[in-house]
Design a binder for this molecule. Structure first.
Ligand SMILES: *Cc1c(COP(=O)(O)O)cnc(C)c1O
Length: 392
């Protein structure tokens, strides 16, 4: 006997109640201002330390103007997928500019990073192949692995000795190794020297998702793969809604890689191309990412100011040199308590809870933006000091 839809509703209500009981229920905040460090959140003015707008470009006047000019030139909608009539000269120019900046033969623009990761992994692997991923990879890479027909292996976070053992143990099929460049919830960097060496030794294809490194790390902001050739990091993916301040994602690499994705990446083929105006905004954002070295310098100063202050307070910092500076609370209830206490001080940092992070590692994911000031960092440290005193 099959269940009546009513019974499904009962089950869903039970699941929701369970999430509430375990402090795992998620709710959206309604933002009433542009994306910037001073946010209007549920009607309240808060100083935000939790966006991924690392360079402070999400509300940059030149990029906004480029998008408006783009609308005047191209209209609003792209009308179709890239392979039909959606791929304009604006999309094309941006891809060429990206490839040149990154020192890659080609680049391909995707609508979102989630779609890029699903599409790339599926297009590059088939039954009989072997796929290896860091356990702490972003959900989109894990989902890409689950959707792929390849055998899926996961190795302990950043443990290239374990990866090496796994690669030795399988002889058949093509091998693909996939890792975040900067881990999105921990802020630490992938061990790229070891990963590239390991992949070279075992003839494995390396894919790096640099969502949190692009624009932020390396000379001209090229990201964590700065100094690595196309041979060493053959599949380079990153998102454009974080440091770039706009929306979208790309994959960069060889002619053969990009042509394969155009033929076979279903999440790229079977979806409407993003608006051309978005591509115009991205072209302007790329110019600013390249030229505004001061944004990266300033970010580094904010990060070291925070780490020094937090260290003096004895806060549970993680070993991160990037703008992602999590404070691990442990249980979800504690992370929520800290987040609510910060809001009382006028500061917005969301609590990140399982399943986004492993059990018992709920945390405040603090992130910095080039539009924060030293005084903002000091305000955050003062609030954390008071909260810490009350929490004991
Ligand atoms: C944000 C993120 C994605 C997803 O990118 P979207 O463009 O937001 O879909 C993929 N990978 C990593 C590591 C991310 O942080």
């Amino acid at each position: 006997m099959s269940d009546h839809p009513e019974q499904l509703m009962v089950r869903l209500q039970q699941q929701l109640a369970e999430k509430r009981a375990h402090d795992l229920y998620r709710q959206r905040k309604v933002i009433g201002s542009p994306q910037q460090v001073e946010l209007l959140c549920n009607g309240k003015a808060l100083l935000s330390f939790c966006s991924n707008d690392y360079l402070g470009l999400a509300n940059h006047p030149d990029i906004a103007r480029a998008m408006k000019r783009g609308i005047d030139r191209w209209g609003v909608g792209s009308g179709a997928a890239h392979l039909i009539t959606g791929h304009t000269a604006a999309h094309h120019a941006f891809e060429e500019e990206l490839a040149e900046w990154l020192g890659r033969e080609r680049a391909l623009l995707f609508s979102t990073g989630y779609m890029a990761n699903i599409g790339v992994i599926s297009a590059l692997t088939r039954r009989g192949d072997q796929l290896f991923e860091d356990r702490l990879n972003h959900a989109s890479l894990i989902d890409g692995g689950l959707a792929s027909a390849a055998a899926f292996h996961r190795y302990r976070h950043a443990d290239t000795a374990m990866l090496d053992g796994q690669l030795r143990a399988v002889e058949s099929g093509n091998r693909m190794v996939v890792s975040d460049g900067v881990f999105s919830m921990d802020g630490d960097m992938a061990p790229l020297p070891q990963l590239t060496a390991c992949c070279e030794q075992h003839d494995a294809l390396l894919m790096i998702d640099d969502a949190h490194g692009i624009g932020v790390l390396g000379k001209q902001g090229v990201g964590c793969s700065a100094g690595y050739t196309q041979q060493q990091v053959p599949v380079l993916m990153a998102t454009l809604g974080k440091a770039f301040g706009v929306f979208g994602a790309f994959v960069a690499g060889s002619e053969t890689l990009i042509e394969t994705l155009i033929q076979d990446a279903r999440s790229w083929i079977y979806t409407t191309a993003p608006p051309a105006a978005m591509a115009e905004a991205l072209r302007e954002a790329l110019k600013i990412v390249i030229s505004d070295e001061w944004r990266r310098d300033h970010l580094r100063q904010l990060i070291s100011r925070f780490r020094q202050g937090a260290g003096q307070l004895g806060l549970p910092l993680m070993p991160s040199e990037t703008p992602i500076q999590p404070l691990v609370a442990g249980d979800a209830d504690r992370a929520l308590r800290w987040s609510h206490a910060l809001a009382e001080h006028g500061i917005l940092v969301t609590a990140i809870r399982p399943p986004t992070v492993p059990q018992d590692s709920a945390r405040l994911r603090i992130t910095f933006s080039a539009t924060h000031t030293a005084a903002h960092v000091d305000r955050l440290l003062e609030a954390l000091e008071q909260i810490q005193r009350q929490d004991h």
